[in-house]
Write a protein that binds this ligand. Structure first.
Ligand code: NAD
Length: 308
């Protein structure tokens, strides 16, 4: 394709101000400008956006600033002959550190002390409650960028790391690799089950009542993947009945999480508003991906991180 312009769609504003990316790409040999809904595109345009938008199928290339491109209708892009690229590969550190935060909070009870700080209450957790992460088993489901970011940090803490990978192939830092059909065995003895898969037909509803029932009573579920990977009502039931110990949740079936959701009220749940990958340097990582593909387009090479 011939590339004349990169249009930074204002949907990226949910993650960073569009102008940050315009500035970061200002030295490219093409026009780089911010656009809003209603902008028109042609085949010489690349569009950088958070999610699908108006007239994007008229462009030559659309880059999604998220790893999960599940909101894009991939078939439409293929039919229209529009290249679609995503941002997988950049979230291992941010999401890895966020997951570490949940793990440490639950083990060392930091979330409970913050709750009590809000009430100026000097109250210790019962002695039987705090624990250490060292030697505890963590099961990481999905061993891509996010999964490996979690694995390497769990290794650093001396945890016993197991994982689930479609191929079942050996993975550095993971003691035992299970395949998806062995999911129950994979989660059954883990203190932490961490979800780091994309949302696909295969993973939608993957963590259902039966998987939650297989988990230990002292286990925590961490979801930084996508909300619908977990059957949310089944999770609420498991938390209500105490059949698992708690959950760290960054993503939900409906976002923003409705005020009426019972998930807000569990003291053993840490909720974050889909921010596991948030960082003040996000636009720099996106700029590097866009820059790479501008080079590839001018060389006529296959696009990096291409979905279509
Ligand atoms: P990735 O492509 O690098 O890794 C995903 C991995 O999951 C791949 O290795 C894939 O083979 C594996 N996988 C797919 N189906 C599986 C299954 N049924 N069982 C086990 N493994 C399976 O992607 P990534 O950058 O690691 O991101 C993963 C997902 O996490 C994204 O698609 C997105 O939905 C979500 N995400 C969320 C945030 C956030 O802010 N919470 C940030 C980035 C990504």
């Amino acid at each position: 394709m011939e590339l004349d312009r990169i249009a930074i769609h204002d949907s990226v504003d949910i993650v960073f101000p569009p102008q940050q990316l315009v500035d970061a790409l200002s030295d490219l040999p093409v026009t780089v400008e911010a656009v809003t809904d209603g902008a028109s595109f042609d085949r010489t345009d690349g569009v950088v956006a958070f999610g699908p938008g108006e007239n994007f199928l008229d462009a030559g290339w659309v880059h999604c600033i998220r790893a999960g491109y599940d909101e894009f209708d991939v078939d439409d892009y293929e039919a229209a002959g529009v290249s679609l690229t995503n941002s997988t590969g950049i979230h291992g550190t941010t999401v890895g550190e966020t997951v570490l935060g949940y793990l440490l909070a639950f083990a060392r009870r930091l979330h409970r002390y913050r709750d009590r700080q809000n009430e100026s209450a000097w109250v210790r957790e019962p002695q039987s409650v705090p624990f250490t992460l060292a030697e505890k088993r963590i099961c990481v489901i999905g061993l891509g960028t996010l999964g490996q970011g979690v694995v390497s940090r769990a290794n650093g803490l001396g945890m016993e790391v197991v994982g689930v990978r479609r191929s079942g192939r050996e993975t550095p830092g993971v003691e035992t690799v299970y395949t998806p059909d062995e999911l129950h065995a994979a989660v059954s003895d883990a203190r932490f089950v961490v979800l780091t898969t994309p949302l696909t037909d295969e993973t939608a509803g993957m963590i259902d009542a039966s998987v939650l029932k297989t988990m230990r009573e002292d286990a925590y579920l961490i979801n930084v993947a996508r909300g619908p990977v977990v059957v949310e009502n089944a999770l609420i039931d498991a938390l209500s009945s105490g059949s698992i110990a708690g959950a760290g949740l960054d993503v939900f079936e409906t976002e923003p999480l409705p005020e009426s959701s019972p998930l807000w009220d569990f003291e053993n749940v840490i909720l974050t508003p889909h921010v596991a990958a948030m960082t003040n340097a996000y636009h720099e990582d996106i700029a590097a991906l866009v820059r790479e593909n501008v080079t590839r387009i001018s060389n006529g090479d296959e696009l990096y991180n291409h979905v279509i």
